[in-house]
Design a binder for this molecule. Structure first.
Ligand code: BJ8
Length: 448
């Protein structure tokens, strides 16, 4: 299994040759390095087959998400290019703190750009230190390796002052692409809220300048409605995942959350709702993807960007059922909605700012709300244990693991800490630790 060696999530074809020549022309025009990109595209089909498609009892409605993934560098890029040809813009983001609603309100498309695979390592390490988090290095690798049509399609990249690695990285990224950085406060006092509201307004102004479109009550309210609908669909999925036996695998749920960052939001919400109808029926019939005895796991920690499925795959292959993700590619992305009741623009902008400051990323201090949310999720999903995922060299999440462990142990639940990167070298070692952990969970269940 080669997840870490997988170089890119690219277009590949699930048994059909689709307009390959058209895509090549499009990639060429975007400045993609076609030879390197071709090599990357070869890696994906067997990997996706093994990790995603070979799972038993998959819901039929996952077909849409398989298609979207198989077309990740194809159809979706075509849509973005078509938008640009109509004079619209594409805006890229690296963090769940950047308000998508503002991007949508000015008629632009918003795409998430975090990288989940090691690429162009040699080039990256000429500039960035080796001991930097894999997510940042991956993002830079896609840029300098000319491997990501999303980043090349973007007219503006919006960063944020979250962790030190990212904020310093944006200075370097700005040598390659137009970058705008939002200042995210590190605390959540009233004055931090005021600063953040101002930052949201500043981004609105920057987006108006980029697109020549004015943000109005009407277009902003519509954008809020669209993104709230997307989040509500994901909350509905979250709800049906309480069913036992679980009606969808953790890997499929993660895939959906990853796709949420780049698919067209209206179409995505419709498809998630249709999937939920199928899952709700399955739940009524008691038809699970694994049997009831599979230990249920809450996964918590750093985001898992496409195609990083390394840890969920190890867990589920070993017999666990991941029933919820306390990740930014999980509940942190969708748990809050924007209140759209304000009648004026200022009120709507404040509601957006307030909603995004609710996100309980480990970059905040203190971050008690995250601890409480984790405890609540553990109870709501009646999990047997928590597995904590930290990307090596990520200070906020590696350090906050201590407090999460204490909170989980207070609930008398076992805790497993996994610190890793995108490589494959530690797969056997992690698998051994996971198997021992699941045995422990099994013996606790058996002894009541
Ligand atoms: S809201 S989790 S998306 S900052 S893993 S780059 S923190 S060193 S990604 Fe994140 Fe926004 Fe927070 Fe979510 Fe730094 Fe850690 Fe790397 Fe990270």
């Amino acid at each position: 299994m080669v997840v870490g060696k997988l170089l890119v999530a690219g277009t590949f074809f699930l048994g059909k040759e689709l307009m390959m020549e058209d895509y090549r022309e499009m990639w060429r025009n975007l400045g993609i390095d076609l030879d390197a990109h071709d090599q990357l595209l070869e890696v994906l089909p067997p990997l996706y087959q093994e990790i995603i498609l070979d799972q038993p009892e998959r819901p039929a409605r996952m077909a849409y998400f398989d298609m979207v993934f198989s077309e990740i560098h194809g159809k979706r890029i075509q849509e973005l290019v078509a938008l640009k040809e109509k004079g619209k813009n594409v805006v890229g983001t690296f963090c769940t703190h950047v308000p998508e609603e503002l991007v949508l309100a000015v008629g632009a498309a918003c795409v998430g750009l975090c990288g989940g695979a090691e690429v162009a390592t040699e080039e990256v390490e000429k500039v960035l230190p080796r001991n930097l988090c894999a997510l940042i290095k991956s993002s830079f690798g896609f840029k300098v390796g000319k491997l990501c049509p999303y980043v090349e399609a973007c007219d503006l990249l919006v960063g944020e002052t979250t962790c030190d690695g990212k904020k310093k990285y944006y200075e370097i990224l700005a040598e390659h692409s137009p970058v705008y950085v939002m200042e995210l406060p590190q605390k959540k006092e009233e004055r931090d809220g005021r600063l953040w509201r101002e930052e949201v307004r500043e981004l609105a102004r920057r987006l108006e300048e980029l697109t020549g479109e004015k943000i109005t009550v009407e277009n902003l309210r519509e954008a809020i409605r669209v993104i709230n609908n997307k989040r509500e669909a994901l909350m509905r999925l979250m709800e049906v995942r309480k069913a036992r036996p679980p009606v969808i695998s953790g890997k499929d749920a993660l895939l959906i959350n990853q796709i949420a960052f780049y698919d067209e939001p209206r179409r995505f919400a419709k498809q998630v709702n249709e999937l939920c109808e199928e899952l709700e029926k399955r739940a009524q019939e008691g038809k699970g993807v694994v049997d009831d005895s599979a230990p249920s796991i809450l996964l918590s920690g750093c985001p898992m960007a496409i195609p990083n499925w390394k840890l969920p795959h190890i867990l589920e292959k070993a017999g666990a059922a991941v029933v919820m993700e306390e990740l930014c590619t999980g509940v942190r992305y969708f748990r809050h909605l924007v209140d759209d009741s304000a009648n004026d623009l200022e009120g709507l902008l404040d509601s957006i700012a307030d909603r995004y400051l609710e996100i309980d990323c480990a970059v905040f201090t203190p971050n008690q709300r995250r601890i409480e949310n984790i405890q609540q999720l553990a109870k709501d999903y009646q999990v047997d244990g928590l597995v904590y995922y930290a990307i090596q060299f990520c200070d906020p999440y590696t350090v906050e693991a201590y407090r999460v462990r204490k909170a989980v142990e207070e609930l008398d639940l076992p805790f497993l800490y996994i610190e890793t990167d995108y490589s494959q070298e530690d797969v056997a070692q992690i698998s051994t630790r996971v198997e021992a952990f699941l045995e422990l969970l099994g013996s606790r269940v058996a002894s009541g």
